[in-house]
Design a binder for this molecule. Structure first.
Ligand code: FMN
Length: 196
């Protein structure tokens, strides 16, 4: 596979089984995160590995967060979340070590975390693994973030579910990049993607 083939064939999947990357493989994969663009070299990305017996423990923290945010959270949603967090081969909590006082704006710090996460997804794919970035309301729960290791002003950017794809992900249809690209000639541009 050429590097472009690799980039263009990645797709998210939550149909994941063992094996997950071992410690050495995960270290290689996370090395790709360290190549993300990062204004000010703040390195705001943080990764918390959740595997084995830590998964059901994390699932209970997630459920508690859901109930904290919505006392009427439907049981089927709770059970779905509990099951996913208990059974995914490996979970990475994505932390954002944010510095509000820094001259680099917070949004740029958060984008560096997102760029690093994309590199992790690509590195997973390049090494035969797969994953999906998930969030949900709980990601904005400061209590959950602190329980994981990110007290304010630090935050969660979500979780990566990681493992070996159980089937080749169906190649989702991807939009034509031309619809998202314009050439500026002195006037404000418009995009085909924005026409109804
Ligand atoms: C910050 C962020 C949060 C996301 N949260 C969820 C989520 O909670 N549940 C979900 O199904 N997809 C979520 N997604 C979308 C998936 O990660 C994924 O991009 C989507 O399923 C499309 O798959 P693709 O990556 O192959 O295009 C999120 C994406 C981002 C960037």
């Amino acid at each position: 596979m050429t590097p472009m083939d690799m980039l263009l064939s990645r797709a998210s999947t939550d149909h994941l089984a063992e094996p997950a990357p071992n410690a050495a493989q995960l270290s290689d994969i996370l090395a790709a995160a360290m190549r993300a663009p990062d204004h000010g070299k703040l390195r705001p990305w943080r990764y918390v590995v959740i595997e084995g017996d830590a998964r059901p423990q994390m699932a209970e923290r997630i459920v508690a967060s859901m109930q904290r945010l919505d006392a009427d959270a439907p049981e089927f949603k709770i059970e779905k979340r509990r099951n996913r967090f208990s059974t995914m081969p490996l979970i990475l909590a994505l932390g954002m070590h944010l510095r509000p006082e820094n001259k680099i704006p917070l949004w740029e710090q958060e984008m560096a975390v997102a760029a690093a996460t994309m590199n992790v997804l690509n590195a997973l794919h390049a090494t035969g693994f797969g994953g999906i970035w998930v969030s949900g309301d709980v990601v904005e729960d400061p209590v959950l973030a602190a329980e994981i290791g990110f007290p304010a002003p630090h935050k969660l950017a979500g979780f990566l579910f990681i493992g070996t794809p159980t089937n080749a992900p169906a190649a989702p249809r991807r939009p034509d990049p031309a619809a998202f690209t314009a050439r500026w000639t002195g006037q404000p541009v418009t995009f085909a993607a924005d026409k109804d």
